[in-house]
Design a protein around this ligand. Sequence first.
Ligand SMILES: [Zn+2]
Length: 190
Amino acid sequence: MNQRTTLRTGTPAAPNTMRGLRLDARGLLVPWNVHWTMGVPDYGVIDPSKVLKAVNEKRCWICGEPLRRFKTFQLNVMAAIERVSPQPPSHRDCAEYSATVLKQHRGVTMLWTTTDHMPFAIGLTMLFRMHDPVTASWYCDGQPATRAEVLDAISSASNLLIRDAEKQGAQAVLDLGRRAGQLLMLAPGD
Ligand SMILES: [Zn+2]
């Protein structure tokens, strides 16, 4: 497949650090973490070598350039309640571009910006426990999310997580309620 060499008409300009990324056939920038097969980006496959490189060299998950002091995680609501991300952090402006232009995540997504986080592994899977957010912003299908959309997403995710928590016992249920309550405090206003 021929790769485009110019951005799709009407696509907003990307942050400077993303300008070295290759384009896909639609004329959209392909995040650094995406695996390429035979010259074609495979959006369903994360390049495992990039996870290690991002962690070891403290690189942005989206553009691959060195991170700065503030790190932003792009999360679905369940991950935000758990305070654990399945993906390494990015520059905030790269994460905003990913959420609003590349739209790789459907439904409600949260950008959780923090100064610190802790990588850990479960088996061969690397996960990232986030420290408290310095700022939070919310999007739904590429647009700023409304308060109602965010509250609905938190409620749905809590209803799914409560089943596991109930199996673990009363303390787990209490912890889940506390974390969901903390996330509600970060929901956008009306
Ligand atoms: Zn970046």
